[in-house]
Design a protein around this ligand. Structure first.
Ligand code: PLP
Length: 427
């Protein structure tokens, strides 16, 4: 593990050039790697020697950036994926297959909810969704004998609820399974879920980590602490020979520190091929270098926007976990004392119509679906992503007709507030 602090690791972790080598992580834009003998390459295929042979499985640029993210989260191993969707799919499917069951928070990204409740269910994995604010008893009641994992988001997109990581970790461990946490919104700068008992962390690096809306990407990090062997009957894929990979036993060969990520690479990346482009990994690394600076500004600006909106007579409600009085403020203070994220949601008085007028009055903030990058942007789900739904259907989906999701960027706070003020005046 690194001896340096977060600000330093964001710059240096994962890559240290030797004499005369490039100071920046080189973009190794090559699908293949040359070997002098068939035997040398065969040892790589048997996972007996370390080295590169095909970029779908591993690439030096991607590995250096993955190592940086592992250091930032305080994990033992990490892999990059082509998207956050692939990261969450791999993290769960690596230990839960047909006939298995997973407990997940209801407050998760819509794409993840669809992946779990539709696509993975079609693959034979069952999910039970629990309210993240449920009691310990309600949480315990969700487990079954075939439960293989628990899943939640540190700060949920777009609900902005905060996961009680310790409560979820206790329940998972009491049932002999790991807690997987999607840490996309706070990033390791604001929260390191491993410190609170999480076992696996995932990211959509598309958001703050990249930070400039340059490249879609994802990451999985392993804490190396979950003892697969102590629950070997639940996790045969990690504790018995993999006949599809030369009979390798991942926990025997790679230990607790490396088993999970090696299996996800050797099996899932091999078969599903959701590998990131080296160029995208390079862009992600450029973003990571300034992550602490940007998160500080995102959080400061979002706090100002949340305070401004709370005080505005045309605003019905505001949800921001970094704001005193918010239902999740206490949990946010515990898990993210130095800041939460830059996303604020609020309602404009007058419902769907008023929210549409507000959107039309913005000049600086762009209307865009993505969140969590340098540019302030807004989304009104009822008139865009969810426009086909009636107010009743929206309510059932947990999206208020007046809900505006504001992703606060790193522009000057005064300009952002002036933009909000002007747009609200036009409502
Ligand atoms: C965006 C997002 C995802 C999906 O990531 P992509 O990179 O868009 O595939 C997963 N989880 C959270 C919390 C997200 O915000």
């Amino acid at each position: 593990m690194s001896d340096y602090k977060m600000n330093t690791d964001c710059i240096h972790a994962g890559y240290m050039p030797a004499n005369g080598e490039p100071r920046n992580i080189p973009i190794v834009q090559s699908t293949t790697f040359r070997y002098a003998t068939g035997e040398a390459m065969g040892a790589l295929f048997d996972l007996e020697a370390e080295g590169y042979f095909y970029t779908r499985l591993a690439n030096p640029t991607c590995d250096a950036v993955a190592a940086k993210i592992a250091a930032l989260e305080g994990g033992t191993a990490a892999m990059l994926t082509s998207s956050g969707q692939a990261a969450n799919f791999f993290a769960v499917f690596n230990i839960a297959a047909q006939g298995d069951h997973v407990v997940a928070s209801t407050a998760i990204y819509g794409g993840t909810f669809n992946l779990f409740s539709v696509t993975m269910r079609r693959m034979g994995v069952e999910f039970t969704f629990v309210d993240p604010d449920c009691s310990e008893e309600e949480l315990a009641a969700a487990f079954r004998s075939n439960t293989k994992a628990v899943f939640g988001e540190t700060i949920a997109n777009p609900a902005l609820t905060v996961l009680d990581i310790e409560k979820f970790a206790r329940a998972a461990h009491a049932h002999g399974v790991p807690l997987i946490v999607d840490n996309t919104f706070p990033t390791p700068v604001n929260c390191r879920p491993f410190q609170w008992g999480a076992d696996i962390v995932t990211h959509s690096t598309t958001k703050y980590m990249d930070g400039h809306a340059n490249a879609v990407g994802g990451a999985i990090v392993d804490s190396g602490r979950f003892d697969w062997k102590a629950h070997a009957d639940k996790f045969p894929g990690l504790t018995t020979p993999d006949e599809s990979y030369h009979g390798v036993n991942y926990t025997e060969r790679f230990g607790l520190a490396g088993a999970f990520i090696t299996k996800a690479t050797a099996q899932l990346m091999r078969d599903f091929g959701s590998s990131p482009a080296p160029m995208n990994a390079y862009l992600l690394n450029v973003g990571l270098e300034t992550l602490p600076l940007r998160m500080e500004r995102h959080c400061a600006n979002a706090r100002k926007a949340a305070e401004f909106l709370t005080a505005h007579p045309k605003v019905a409600w505001v949800k921001y976990p970094g704001l005193p009085g918010d239902a999740h403020y206490a949990l946010a203070q515990k898990y993210m004392p130095s800041g939460t994220c830059g996303v604020v949601s609020f309602g404009v008085k007058g419902g769907r119509e008023a929210a549409s007028k507000f959107m039309a009055g913005l000049r600086l903030a762009s209307i865009a679906t993505p969140v969590a990058d340098a540019k302030t942007c807004v989304l009104h789900p009822a008139s865009t992503t969810h426009r086909q739904m009636s107010d009743a259907e929206l309510a059932a989906a947990g999206v208020a007709p007046d809900l505006v999701r504001l992703s606060v960027g790193i522009e000057d706070a005064e300009d952002i507030l002036r933009d909000l003020e002007g747009a609200l005046a036009a409502v």
